[in-house]
Design a protein around this ligand. Structure first.
Ligand code: CUA
Length: 333
């Protein structure tokens, strides 16, 4: 049953596989573990096909050979056949032991990352992926070096997701409130699909991004280059990107609709009333304080649930966010 299901999902994956290479049967093998995973899959598949054919053929033969000819005929009585019993116990047992051994060894290889693995943090959220690099850079596309083991340390900021890169044969649940790990070593530079493999809400199907495998020696220069990405963009555009990267959009709309937090539309320059009755105009300093110490000024009608972004955003990022918030105000008449 599992196998049938797996076959169907393989077929369903063909479309995705096409996007990552020209494989008809399987996605391209682009990691060091892909070959091993496929070998075990093929082994189980061919064992299943062999026994399926054997059983169906024997069944048809026996139906014909032992069909009822004379309703009163009495056949020979068969009590026991020890060699037959041993044979049909020993062969499946041997096969199951082999499958267990291959599967267990393969699982252990996939479960234990090498000690020198390069670590990237992954956050799943409805409905996108965020990848955080050791230097603090955050991207919505996963960039990895080739020919070097990469370990993903993953968590979710809302519901259960699952990180799946078919070309690497890497797949792992991403849970809220705890960390899960998966590792791989990419072998072929290029771009491969990465998507969510756990139903997580209405836009689950849109939770797709890609993995960019950089050729050896090109990953570090790339990472250094993007670390200063805010300086390379217009402030409003950089602010809008941060708004998505930091997950602001989960609570603060830009449409005017109230969410878990106040909307950002038309916020800048307006007077705010706080839960304790105090008021303040939403100027640059107000926004800075709201990002770094959100609990110090909670707007009336909302709960003090916003986390601080101290340490997650620097001055240039705050300036970009302020520019973005200003751009969300409707033009003055
Ligand atoms: Cu995230 Cu499905």
């Amino acid at each position: 049953m599992n196998l049938v299901f797996e076959l169907f999902s393989r077929v369903a994956l063909l479309g995705v596989a096409q996007a990552g290479g020209n494989a008809f049967y399987m996605p391209p093998q682009a990691s060091t573990s892909a070959q091993n995973v496929d070998r075990i899959f093929d082994f189980i598949l061919w064992v299943s096909i062999f026994f399926f054919v054997l059983i169906v053929v024997l069944m048809v033969l026996f139906i014909v050979k032992y069909r009822m000819r004379d309703p009163n005929a009495e056949g020979p009585r068969i009590y026991h056949n020890t060699p037959l019993e041993i044979t049909w116990t020993a062969i499946p047992l041997g096969l199951v032991v082999v499958i267990f051994w291959l599967g267990f060894k393969g699982y252990m290889d996939l479960a234990v990352p090498p000690a020198n693995a390069y670590q990237i943090q992954v956050t799943g959220q409805q409905w996108k992926w965020l990848f955080t690099y050791p230097n603090g850079y955050v991207d919505e596309i996963l960039h990895v070096p080739s020919d070097r083991p990469v370990e993903l340390l993953m968590t979710s900021s809302d519901v259960i997701h699952a990180m799946y890169i078919p070309a690497f044969r890497a797949k792992m649940d991403v849970m809220p409130g705890r960390y899960t790990k998966v590792w791989f070593s990419a072998t072929e530079p290029g771009s491969y699909p990465l998507f969510c493999a756990e139903y997580c809400g209405s836009k689950h199907a849109a939770m797709i991004t890609e993995v960019q495998v950089h050729p050896a020696g090109e990953f570090e220069p790339w990472l250094e280059g993007v670390a200063n990405w805010i300086a390379t963009m217009a402030p409003e555009a950089a602010g809008e990107k941060l708004y998505g990267m930091l997950g602001c959009q989960q609570c603060h709309s830009t449409s005017g609709a109230a969410g878990i937090g106040p909307t950002f539309a038309g916020l800048f320059g307006k007077e705010r009333t706080f839960r304790d009755g105090g008021t303040r105009v939403a100027d640059e300093n107000y926004i800075r304080q709201s990002v770094l110490e959100p609990a110090s000024q909670v707007v009336a009608g909302f709960e003090p649930v916003m986390p601080t972004f101290q340490g997650r955003i620097k001055d240039d990022g705050i300036a970009a966010l302020i520019a973005y918030l200003k751009s969300l105000n409707p033009p003055q008449p």
